[in-house]
Design a protein around this ligand. Structure first.
Ligand SMILES: [Cu+2]
Length: 186
């Protein structure tokens, strides 16, 4: 039986004094870790880096029911950008449901500038990444979980949603085509 390592010449090697340059670097790196650790928490309040959203458990079936109910009440038209999706114009102040599903964000939303909505996000199949463009606001979206964001659009115009999480597919690859749309009216 042999061993694969060479024994150190000095068996007490771990008692040797640490090289001065090394201790300086260890101290610097460790202080930076602590500094950034404190800032992870501080950024919650300073600069509003972290969203304080709500999250609930759900199922793809329950969530699909919300989407169908919403379409029955608030579908206003079809849009040539996504001919198979309804454009939904929900009343301000209310709940709005948006789902990721291979490979589309559905439905198309039409919101009003300056009005607040409770935007629900979930997935009907696999993990997706809600990525609002050009604002670059990102959320992970998973089946079985529903996030609720209080959203107040402060700009009007047309916004796109891309998928920021590779959501591939078994027989086809459509992640790069996964888009959605939000219109904000004045
Ligand atoms: Cu996706």
């Amino acid at each position: 039986m042999g061993t694969s390592y060479t024994a150190p010449t000095n068996p007490d090697w771990w008692r040797e004094p640490i090289e001065r340059t090394e201790i300086v670097w260890i101290t610097l790196a460790f202080s930076w870790c602590l500094f950034m650790f404190v800032w992870m928490i501080a950024w919650h309040w300073i600069g509003n880096q972290n969203m304080r959203n709500e999250a609930y458990t759900t199922t793809p079936e329950k969530y699909a029911k919300h989407l169908a109910d919403q379409a029955a009440k608030y579908a206003v038209r079809k849009d040539k950008s996504m001919p198979n999706e309804d454009v939904i114009a929900p009343p301000p102040g209310g709940d709005v449901y948006l789902a990721g599903q291979q490979w589309q964000w559905r439905p198309i939303l039409e919101l009003q500038k300056g009005k607040t909505y409770r935007l629900h996000l979930s997935s009907l199949d696999v993990g997706h990444g809600f990525s609002l463009q050009p604002e670059n606001i990102n959320f992970q979206v998973y089946p079985g979980y529903e996030q609720v964001l209080n959203l107040t659009p402060n700009k009007s115009g047309q916004f796109s949603i891309a998928c920021g999480e590779y959501c591939g597919g078994v027989n086809a690859m459509g992640h790069h085509t996964m888009l959605g749309r939000i219109y904000v009216k004045e």
